[in-house]
Design a protein around this ligand. Sequence first.
Ligand code: FPP
Length: 235
Amino acid sequence: MLQLPQHIAIIMDGNGRWATQKGLPRSEGHKAGANSIDRLMETALELSIPYISLYAFSTENWKRPISEIQSIFQLLNEFIDSQLNKIHSNGIKIQHSGRVQRIPFMSFKKIYKAVQLTKNNTKMTLNFCLNYGGKEEILNACNKVIKKKIKNNDKLDKGITQEELEKELYTYPLPPVDLLIRTAGEQRISNFLLWQIAYAEIYFTNTLWPDFHKQDLFQALEWYSNRVRKFGGLK
Ligand code: FPP
């Protein structure tokens, strides 16, 4: 019996390289990447994995050419339009993590609708990290806690607790990440879920995200099930 992670987070890297290798525009890579999300969702449901977080667009991705930014948000819109009914009937809850400001209005509306429609679903949470940055999230959470304390006339010199901060993370109430997967051979965190990955197992694969199939997830899960997790203690 495999020991399965509760929360899997994925840095879906390699869409651009996948397209370039095939002589296609980068937008085609992102399109193929969206299909990988669809496959992943189905496999995660079959395995009853309750939480999936996807790095769809980072606060740093605004540095890309406007045409590529538009193609990613367009794909997100299409993904929600074409998948929302299926997502909802499969009992999947959509969550958004990240700054709402700067997200194109049309995409924001679609995400908001998806979040509202699916808010009572309990089978799985699909957390789209969109306009997301880990440092920004932590800073935002600290500022929110401080503002609340000032509003409630609480003393600030006592500092803030982990629990108070965690409640203000974009990902709340998701549990910490157990398994972080990064595709396409890069071995870095890229400002993703910095707080939540404190004790995550990190799996790197050379497979490009559009080529990530069911068996690639199984390989990652098999690797994960052999990890001994000590959380700083002894075995
Ligand atoms: C990283 O690959 C991928 C992204 C920055 C965007 C991820 C977006 C998708 C998977 C499609 C969007 C669809 C939805 C439903 C949100 P890269 O472009 O950095 O690849 P490269 O390193 O090979 O250039």
